[in-house]
Design a protein around this ligand. Structure first.
Ligand SMILES: [Cu+2]
Length: 316
């Protein structure tokens, strides 16, 4: 975890920054021209990129970023991977975080008793994190060299990009333990799988008890192609805990990123939100050829007012 540092981009003078912004605007127009796939929504035109914290990933750097419209509304909130961040990624299953001594032999088996992922915490730019009407505050990036459950669906090498609403201390309080398919503390497993108010979740997302330590429960879209026999490329997940939506998540394979996509997808938004603020209506993955970078972002934000919770939906 490497917080608080800024990348070289942030260190260049305003003239250099302006040039880079103009370069990126040119790139986006080129990307638009080659898009044209009917399944995708238009990619939009990136504006001025404000960088947040960064982490060393692979042989490169991953930084959080945000772009704002002139009226102060967010246009994009995401992370940007230097191409070298996709090289030399760890091949071990776990980085040794979130271990639980299941067999009580006094030691942790890295493969069987530690959470199967490599994790980095990347706070979002202060321009995002300090805004009361933006619920997203920090990014949890995970690299899953062996993928994760369910087998045959998400067992390909992939990244999880969590955009967290829930404060970090509450997320990191979710402990490993003996309960559920991803081994969490049993009391917290029960809290994590509490049903949400029905109006706070899109009807396609289902609880499959995928409660992970230092994350929470993951609701999956069972209508997505990877649950219909197609190979997993990228998908959308909602995180929940104790009847609250706690994170928005893009999940995408290394292979998909390396295919150099330039694509946005309509986000299946919940009918209502419990916290007033700007929420994305699209999620995007782009390769930017000029800077040799990849972005994973939430975009086309709309301001939503808070609604009262409806009666909890029935989980079967
Ligand atoms: Cu997760």
């Amino acid at each position: 975890m490497e917080n608080g540092k800024r990348t070289k981009d942030a260190a260049v003078g305003s003239e250099g920054l302006r040039r880079r912004v103009l370069q990126r605007a040119g790139v986006s127009i080129a990307a638009l021209a080659i898009l044209g796939c009917s399944a995708n929504v238009r990619t939009g035109e990136p504006g001025t990129r404000l960088l947040g914290a960064n982490a060393s990933v692979g042989k490169g750097t991953v930084s959080s970023y945000a772009e704002f419209a002139q009226d102060g509304a967010p246009k994009a909130i995401g992370i940007v991977f230097q191409a070298r961040a996709l090289e030399g990624l760890p091949t071990k299953r776990s980085d040794g975080h979130h271990c639980f001594d299941h067999d009580k032999d006094g030691k942790f088996d890295l493969d069987k008793e530690c959470f199967g992922s490599h994790e980095w915490v990347i706070p979002l730019p202060s321009e995002v994190a300090r805004r009361s009407e933006i619920a997203f505050k920090w990014v949890g990036l995970n690299w899953n060299s062996h993928g994760h459950i369910p087998p045959g669906v998400y067992d390909l090498p992939h990244f999880d990009v969590h955009f967290y609403i829930e404060p970090i201390e509450k997320i990191y309080a979710i402990q490993p333990g003996p309960c559920g398919p991803e081994n969490v503390n049993c009391d917290q497993f029960r809290l994590a799988t509490r049903p949400l108010p029905s109006n706070f979740m899109h009807a396609d997302f289902t609880n499959v008890n995928a409660v992970a330590p230092a994350m929470g429960n993951h609701l999956v879209d069972l209508t997505s192609p990877e649950f219909k026999g197609q190979k997993f490329t990228q998908t959308w997940i909602y995180g929940v805990y104790d009847g609250r939506v706690t994170f928005y998540e893009e999940m995408l394979t290394l292979q998909y990123m390396l295919s150099r996509p330039a694509a946005c997808f309509a986000l299946k938004s919940p009918p209502a939100v419990g916290i007033r603020g700007y929420y994305p209506t699209q999620h995007c993955v782009r390769y930017l050829p000029q800077s040799n970078e990849y972005t994973v972002s939430m975009e086309n934000f709309v301001l939503r007012e808070a609604s009262a919770p409806a009666v909890p939906r029935i989980e079967r």
